[in-house]
Write a protein that binds this ligand. Structure first.
Ligand SMILES: NC(=O)c1ccc[n+]([C@@H]2O[C@H](COP(=O)([O-])OP(=O)(O)OC[C@H]3O[C@@H](n4cnc5c(N)ncnc54)[C@H](OP(=O)(O)O)[C@@H]3O)[C@@H](O)[C@H]2O)c1
Length: 202
C-alpha cells in the first residue's frame, strides 16, 4: 500500500474532524494527471472547510485545499507530461474532489494551468486563488471594454484577499483606483498597492 500525508476531513457523529493523516493512494479520485504538490494557500473557503463552520465539504473523507502548485508525476492527458510545473485553482478541489493539502493530487488535466517559467510554485500560490480571481475580474473588465480612459474605478473589500490584489493589478494597468475599506489601519498598505484614493466603507 502506498500512502501520502494529507490534511483529511472526516465526518463523525458529532460533526467533522480534520487531522494530518496517511492517505492511501488507492483512494484517490479519478483524474488523468498525478501531481506532486509543493504549495497550497489558505483561502477563506479552506478555513470554513477545516473548521466545519459552513458546509463547504460535499463528500467524506475529503482532503482540504482548494488550490495547489506542483510538478506532474504522471499524465495520460495530451497537454501534460512528467516534470511539467502546474497549478490548480478551484474546480471543486477541497469540496467535491480531493484537494491540495496533500503530498499528492490526482486531477483532470483540463483543470490545470502551466506555471510561467519566471514564477516559482511558491510565488504562484502566494498569488493564490484570491489573486487569480482578482485577475479574472480585471480581465472581465477589459473584455467588456472598461479601460483606464473609462474613468476612476472603485474596488470594494479593498484590504481583503481578492480586493488587495485587484487594487495592485488595476493600478499597474493604469486605472485610477479608489479603494473602499472598513479598515482605516490598512490605508498605508492600500496606498502602497497603488490606490489613488481611499474611501471608508459606511
Ligand atoms: N478568495 C477567493 O479565492 C474567491 C474566489 C471567488 C470569489 N470570491 C469572493 O470574493 C469576495 C471576497 O473574497 P476574499 O477572499 O477577498 O475575502 P476576504 O479576504 O475576507 O475579504 C473580504 C473583504 O470584504 C470587506 N467586507 C467585510 N465585511 C463587509 C461588509 N459588511 N460590507 C462591505 N465589505 C465588507 C472587507 O474589506 P476591508 O478589509 O477592506 O474592509 C474584507 O476584507 C467574497 O464574496 C468571496 O466569496 C473569493
Amino acid at each position: 500500500m502506498s500512502t501520502f500525508k494529507a490534511i483529511v476531513i472526516e465526518k463523525e457523529e458529532s460533526g467533522q474532524r480534520a487531522a494530518l493523516a496517511d492517505f492511501d493512494s488507492n483512494d484517490l479520485m479519478g483524474g488523468d494527471v498525478d501531481v506532486r504538490v509543493e504549495w497550497s494557500t489558505l483561502n477563506y473557503k479552506d478555513g470554513l472547510a477545516i473548521t466545519g463552520k459552513a458546509p463547504v465539504v460535499r463528500r467524506f473523507p475529503m482532503i482540504a485545499g482548494i488550490d495547489f502548485a506542483g510538478t506532474v508525476e504522471s499524465s495520460s492527458h495530451s497537454a501534460w507530461k512528467r516534470g511539467d510545473r502546474v497549478l490548480l485553482n478551484g474546480w471543486g478541489c477541497g469540496e467535491t474532489h480531493l484537494g491540495g493539502y496533500a503530498e499528492k493530487a490526482r486531477v483532470k488535466g483540463d483543470w490545470l494551468v502551466a506555471i510561467p517559467p519566471s514564477m516559482s510554485a511558491r510565488e504562484a500560490m502566494a498569488i493564490g486563488t484570491a489573486g487569480y480571481t482578482a485577475m479574472l475580474a480585471a480581465m472581465a473588465l477589459e473584455r467588456h471594454g472598461v479601460g483606464p480612459a473609462s474613468g476612476p474605478l472603485v474596488v470594494t473589500g479593498a484590504a481583503g484577499g481578492v480586493g488587495s490584489v485587484a487594487v495592485a493589478i488595476l493600478s499597474k494597468r493604469g486605472f485610477e483606483v479608489t479603494a473602499s475599506t472598513g479598515r482605516p489601519g490598512e490605508i498605508d498598505y492600500l496606498r502602497k498597492l497603488g490606490a489613488n484614493e481611499i474611501i471608508e466603507r459606511a
